[in-house]
Design a protein around this ligand. Structure first.
Ligand code: KIV
Ligand code: NA
Length: 271
């Protein structure tokens, strides 16, 4: 496996290549993704919900992100790794955003960062890119603004909202973003954005016409079952495999069936 490059993402969009991205938050999952054809890993601030047990991404800190990006980088050296900038790390000032972006690049050694927002963050993205920090955008449903948006809802349903999403996407491309995540919007506006941009779009709940797709890995393999959004396809049912194994262990210990002689030191196996 050879790590895909940021220039390749743009040049290969033209050839119709589809890009595959999943999230990861630790070394174990990173090593599994590294063995597959998936080109991109997002260390998402979904960390807050699927790993840290918060009910929103807002409490996630930059130190949380750095702590979780580092083992992913160690586990997947041939996969392009993007680290999310959490809430509050790019809304204070451009200088502060660059300082925080520098920390993710230097301390976590990710290949790029991602941040949420449209036209209102274009100036920040432009400054980050000029500072040498590759930035992936994220428009549509932006979970860091769930409170302001009135919940985790499909965005861009009216013609006006669709036009505004297209303007957001164009502003991010103009600002120098190398790709854009589009989350939870009707398929037709995601398609229109994809056709109007030179940079790749990576969809989640944004229909089949994006240049790539991203899913949260716990959703994809069926590990996280507190809530399964409509846009998730579960390619596995891993959670019951694990809970069944745990129950088998609990029963064996209770019944004295584990450990057997084969798992014990200096004990003759009966055979
Ligand atoms: O944090 C995350 O997992 C994300 C993806 C859903 C795009 O931002
Ligand atoms: Na995120």
């Amino acid at each position: 496996k050879k790590k895909i490059t940021i220039p390749q993402l743009q040049s290969e969009k033209k050839g119709g290549r589809k890009f595959r991205m999943v999230t990861a938050y630790d070394y174990l999952f990173a090593t599994m993704i590294e063995e597959t054809d998936i080109e991109l890993i997002l260390v998402g601030d979904s960390l807050g919900m699927v790993v840290l047990g918060y009910d929103s991404t807002v409490p996630v800190t930059l130190n949380d992100m750095i702590h979780h990006c580092r083992p992913v980088v160690r586990g997947a050296p041939s996969t392009l790794i993007i680290g999310d900038m959490p809430f509050g790390t790019y809304n204070v000032s451009i200088a502060d955003a660059i300082g925080n972006g520098n920390r993710l690049m230097k301390e976590a050694m990710v290949d790029a960062i991602k941040l949420e927002g449209g036209q209102e963050v274009a100036e920040t993205i432009s400054a980050l890119v000029k500072a040498g920090i590759p930035v992936m955008g994220h428009i549509g449903l932006t979970p860091q603004r769930a409170s302001q948006l009135g919940g985790f809802k499909v965005q861009g349903k009216t013609e006006e909202a669709k036009e505004s999403l297209l303007q957001d996407a164009l502003a991010l491309e103009e600002a120098g973003a190398f790709a854009i995540v589009i989350e939870c919007v009707p398929y037709d506006i995601a398609q229109k954005i994809t056709e109007n941009l030179q940079i790749p779009t990576i969809g989640i709940g944004a229909g089949p016409y994006c240049d790539g797709q991203v899913l949260v890995i716990q959703d994809l393999v069926g590990l996280y079952d507190r809530f399964v959004p409509k846009f998730v396809k579960q390619y596995g049912q891993v959670r019951p495999l694990i809970t069944n194994a745990l129950n088998d262990f609990a029963r064996d210990v209770q019944e004295g069936a584990f450990p057997g002689p084969e798992h014990s030191f200096g004990m003759e196996s009966k055979k």
